[in-house]
Ligand binder design. Structure first.
Ligand SMILES: Cc1ncc(COP(=O)(O)O)c(C=O)c1O
Length: 396
């Protein structure tokens, strides 16, 4: 009945995100609401900035969560750093690079595309030769962790190449932050955005961003007003206190969502960033061992695989959507489908944040083997779990 409260089923979220949320984060969300200019709230915001700086490994003053999902973090970077008439090199190796190009066009700028196959990382040499051919380019944009394919690009090298051609970089690390090595200051990243619903074990709806000194300088010396009022950092800085001075109302902050992010960042700090990266790698190794023992193949080549997003090739003749439906109905387990040219050809198995644990790896391997066997797919039976257990050091 329409008047009843909504009680969602309990699921295990091992898709491309959202991923499972730590119960401490959900509990934090239920704490009493206070005003968004309440001194207690402002104190929490100050702590949040420090925790975000830790997560990004940066001392950038302009580090804050945008009050909207990852796509808004993406737009924040583009509308603030791109001006009409600019030339921006956009690296595309999946869905999210395509969206970056769309953003560049909507800013009235000209995108120059560096294209790589879906499932491959961005090629630094191609970027270098493209920049050499376009000396008037001002910015380079690329995705660290391409969620549509599971490929990880080399942020450090790509940033070095961009800087060698006098360009700033915008990096999408919506799926990277908290799951894969990322060092904003050491690698010289100028502008970066992320999301809360992937490796941060948090609810969706916020987008942490960080801007380095050169990016801030560019924003402050713009010739045109930022086309979006809501995402104009010059105005947002007034609320987040990044420009110094007294905090002023800009928009009503999503207060309880910010409690959630604060708690998620406290959890990350407790675990330690490097331990979180290692945990993602460890459970990925176990999942990979199990999948391969079953006879399944991963899409991305070994050195470029994201531990938190495993793209698995669908065996010939298997109805991939029917498999996902059975996993959901029988095991309450969600995995993701392929997108674009990979639709019908891969599953995307996430091991993100709180969902990245041995229990989920075991559940997923067991459930997938059982459903695939039942559907007559050519999988090796009984091999997956022992292979994963070997990684965990458990011997039968
Ligand atoms: C790499 C990447 N960029 C951007 C986004 C957009 O984030 P959101 O869906 O939170 O708006 C996503 C979401 O999956 C993503 O994976």
């Amino acid at each position: 009945m329409s008047g009843d409260s909504f009680h969602p089923p309990v699921r295990t979220l091992m898709g491309p995100g959202p991923s499972d949320v730590n119960p401490r984060v959900l509990a934090a969300m239920g704490r009493p609401i206070i005003g968004h200019l309440d001194p207690a709230f402002v104190g929490m915001m100050d702590q949040m900035k420090v925790l975000l700086q830790y997560a990004f490994q940066t001392e950038n003053e302009l580090t804050l969560p945008v009050s909207a999902p990852g796509s808004a973090g993406m737009e924040t970077c583009f509308v603030n750093l791109v001006e009409p008439g600019d030339k921006v090199v956009v690296c595309i190796n999946g869905v999210f690079g395509q969206r970056m190009k769309e953003n560049v066009e909507r800013c009235g700028a000209t995108p120059v595309v560096v294209e790589d196959d879906w499932g491959r990382p961005v090629d630094a040499q191609k970027l270098d030769s493209t920049l050499a051919a376009h000396p008037d380019a001002r910015l380079v944009a690329f995705v660290h962790a391409e969620t549509s394919t599971g490929a990880c690009s080399d942020v450090k090298t790509l940033t070095q190449v961009a800087h060698a051609h006098d360009c700033l970089v915008i990096v999408d690390s919506v799926t990277g932050l908290g799951g894969s090595e990322l060092r904003v200051d050491d690698w010289g990243v100028d502008a970066i955005y992320s999301g809360t619903q992937k490796c941060l074990s948090c609810t969706p709806g916020l987008s942490p961003v960080s801007f380095g000194p050169r990016a801030v300088e560019r924003i402050q010396s713009r010739k045109h007003k930022v086309q979006s009022w809501f995402l104009d950092l010059n105005l947002i800085m007034g609320y987040w206190g990044s420009g110094g001075g007294k905090r002023a109302y800009h928009h009503t902050a999503p207060i309880n969502a910010l409690y959630a992010l604060h708690e998620a960042l406290v959890l990350l700090h407790e675990e330690g960033l490097e331990n979180a990266w290692a945990r993602h790698r460890h459970h990925h190794e176990a999942l990979k061992a199990g999948l391969e023992a079953m006879g399944l193949e991963l899409l991305v080549e070994e050195p470029h695989r994201l531990p938190q997003l495993n793209a698995v090739k669908v065996p010939e003749g298997v109805d991939e959507a029917a498999v996902r439906t059975r996993l959901l109905q029988r095991y309450g387990l969600e995995i993701g489908a392929g997108l674009g040219p990979l639709a019908g050809r891969i599953w995307r198995i996430g091991l993100m944040g709180f969902a990245c644990n041995a229990k989920n790896v075991r559940l997923c391997l067991h459930a997938l083997e059982s459903v695939l066997t039942e559907m007559g797919a050519p999988v090796e039976r009984g091999a997956a779990l022992p292979a994963a257990e070997r990684i965990y050091g458990v011997t039968a």
